[in-house]
Design a binder for this molecule. Structure first.
Ligand SMILES: [Zn+2]
Length: 611
């Protein structure tokens, strides 16, 4: 076992159905023909969509179909370049190809950009007539969504100017943040040896069993960040101010409005969700207390949150992971499992760990005419099995939604995790019910609860911090102290007296990439997880009757707004009870931990046979 850390050796995806090699002449031919198609598209439709009397439905339909065809074709090149690069980032020919394809994509994007702008400029009455035309029924949602930006788009020259200036403006500050963080090293002594760790190596230490080591890692993190406090504060301050300026110019009523629009979600539903989450902070605090008891501590400190509890499952080779995941999926639905099975049979998954391969895991679903691809770095522990389940869930979603056309294929952020997190729960439940050892059950449960806390509660804390920061920025430039105060206030409500916040933790806001690159992104995680928890609970209650409705949801892809797609499943996003169901599910898991903890606590008063 120790000699074979990589239990997925040889599990590589097969990209040959896209292209033969990075120098395959078909790639250059595809890019050239796409450029020609884009130019032909522009000469056929420029001025026609924005025609004074409004375009005819026939013209809009033809234009949309042409544009989808062009995108489908381009995605083949884009997907190949991106996947090849992810599989081995160190090869210069992979980097070159990716750059070449990205350049072509931008150029083609610019050539056809006029379509969106002309469509958005069509007066309301004419636009409604088009969207209500039966010929355009499939595209109604897409056309509507594009028009929702109407009040916020500037003129074409203004948009182009902003786009170019942003490279040395807001985007430059984003790059400064990324480059600064990746340049940092964190000095840490371990086993008498001084080491310089990267940020991700340091953060991984929060899962270490040794408490003193966790505390040292925590303090080191914030000491190094505090040294860069001036730059980190300046960057965040500038970006918040930049957003406020752009919101004013684009006539957005508040700092979250732009995000709500692209998430296709009603602001009131989001606020209700955040309020219900805050009302349930007590569940997390209950968990922190029982975890303190399991770790034999009077109270958890922030650096104890991810300390290991119980005993991990024995390591699991990739073939077993495949079996476990497919069995759990099959029990839910043979169709769900059959879609996942293809990833193994047809080599759509790349799971082995090897030098040069991109870190982490993802699923890419480029277009309905292509199938999805999954990448993971499988090392054989329990988390990796869950990751395979997660990414295959995305993969199944991407397969089922191939029934849609290109513009109706992708979901917004809010529903993007509908199948992935669901798949994880299926596997989690199967592992838990099949496990007899209470110590392993405990590890499984705690892992799941901590994931849910990180996704639901912590992301709500982050969102509340961001809201407070945008409110406060109006009254002048930020100081590090002001941001620390807002950060601690938002966290205090969550941790209550169940978790001790250290002095160092004041800098917790300063390295979160979402604040820099994609403001108000975090609530989508809350939405996605709670949605799945509620759907999962519904599945438990309704059994087989739930399955076809759920599969229909996945098959619908992004063809309508989430609210409309979820209605047939009895989901009402405006109803606080709907969000509460997700918390009932988390609470059920916490209660199981409490029961196990009291059993194990009783047992541990006697000498333990296994130790
Ligand atoms: Zn995901």
């Amino acid at each position: 076992m120790a000699g074979l850390p990589d239990t997925a050796a040889g599990v590589r995806w097969d990209l040959s159905d896209l292209f033969a090699a990075p120098d395959d002449p078909k790639i250059a031919a595809l890019l050239t023909s796409s450029q020609e198609r884009a130019v032909a598209f522009a000469s056929a439709y420029r001025g026609k969509i924005g025609a004074l009397e409004g375009p005819t439905p026939e013209i809009v339909l033809r234009a949309l179909q042409d544009l989808e065809g062009l995108n489908e074709q381009l995605q083949r090149g884009g997907a190949y370049a991106a996947l090849l690069y992810a599989a081995d980032t160190s090869r210069p020919e992979h980097r070159d190809l990716r750059e070449k394809v990205e350049l072509a994509l931008t150029e083609i994007g610019n050539t056809v950009l006029f379509f969106d702008l002309e469509w958005v400029a069509v007066p309301d009455a004419a636009a409604t007539r088009i969207m209500e035309d039966p010929q355009l029924a499939t595209y109604c949602h897409f056309l509507q969504q594009a028009r929702r930006l109407r009040p916020h788009i500037l003129s074409e020259p203004e948009e182009r100017l902003l786009n170019e200036r942003d490279n040395t403006g807001s985007r430059a500050f984003g790059r400064l943040f990324t480059e600064l963080l990746s340049s940092l090293t964190f000095p840490l002594e371990r086993d008498g040896e001084a080491k310089a760790l990267t940020l991700s190596e340091l953060l991984a230490l929060s899962h270490e069993p040794d408490r003193a080591l966790r505390r040292r890692a925590h303090e080191t993190l914030y000491n190094v960040l505090a040294d860069k406090g001036l730059v980190l504060t300046f960057v965040y301050d500038t970006l918040v101010q930049d957003h406020l300026t752009m919101d004013r110019l684009r006539r957005f009523p508040d700092p979250m409005a732009a995000r709500h629009l692209s998430n296709e979600i009603d602001p009131a539903a989001v606020e209700r969700m955040l309020a219900v989450t805050e009302a349930n902070y007590g569940i997390a605090q209950r968990y922190f207390r029982v975890k303190a008891q399991l770790l034999d501590l009077p109270r958890l400190a922030v650096y104890d949150q991810y300390a290991p509890v119980g005993r991990e499952l024995p390591s699991c080779n990739f073939a077993d992971a495949q079996r476990i995941v497919l069995e759990a999926f099959r029990e839910f639905s043979p169709e769900f499992a059959a879609a996942a099975q293809q990833f193994f049979d047809k080599r759509w998954i790349d799971a082995e760990v090897r030098p040069g391969k991109q870190d982490g895991a993802f699923c890419s679903s480029p277009a309905p005419s292509l199938h999805p691809y999954v990448l993971t770095n499988y090392t054989g522990n329990l988390r990796d099995v869950m990751t395979v389940a997660h990414e295959l869930g995305h993969g199944v979603h991407g397969c089922l939604a191939r029934a849609q056309t290109y513009f109706n294929y992708d979901t917004p952020l809010t529903t993007a995790e509908t199948a992935s997190v669901f798949g994880e729960y299926l596997v989690f439940d199967r592992l838990l019910t099949g496990e007899a050892d209470p110590e392993v059950q405990l590890a499984l449960l705690c892992g799941k609860i901590e994931d849910a806390c990180a996704t639901v509660f912590r992301q709500t804390v982050l969102t509340r911090f961001e809201q407070a920061a945008f409110r406060e920025r109006g009254s002048g430039r930020f100081t590090s102290e002001a941001l620390a105060r807002l950060w601690l206030e938002a966290n205090q409500r969550y941790y209550g007296d169940a978790v001790e916040m250290t002095e160092a933790y004041r800098g917790g806001w300063s390295y979160i990439p979402h604040f820099i690159h994609s403001r108000f992104y975090c609530y989508s995680y809350v939405f996605g997880e709670l949605l799945v928890l509620s759907l999962y609970r519904r599945y438990k209650e309704e059994g087989a009757a739930f399955v076809p409705k759920y599969l229909a949801l996945l098959t619908a892809g992004g063809s309508a707004a989430p609210e409309d797609l979820l209605k047939p499943l009895g989901v009402d996003l405006q109803d606080p009870k709907f969000w509460q169901q997700g918390f009932d599910e988390i609470e059920r898991l916490v209660a199981q931990v409490e029961t196990l903890a009291s059993q194990i606590g009783r047992r541990s008063t006697r000498p333990r046979a296994t130790d």
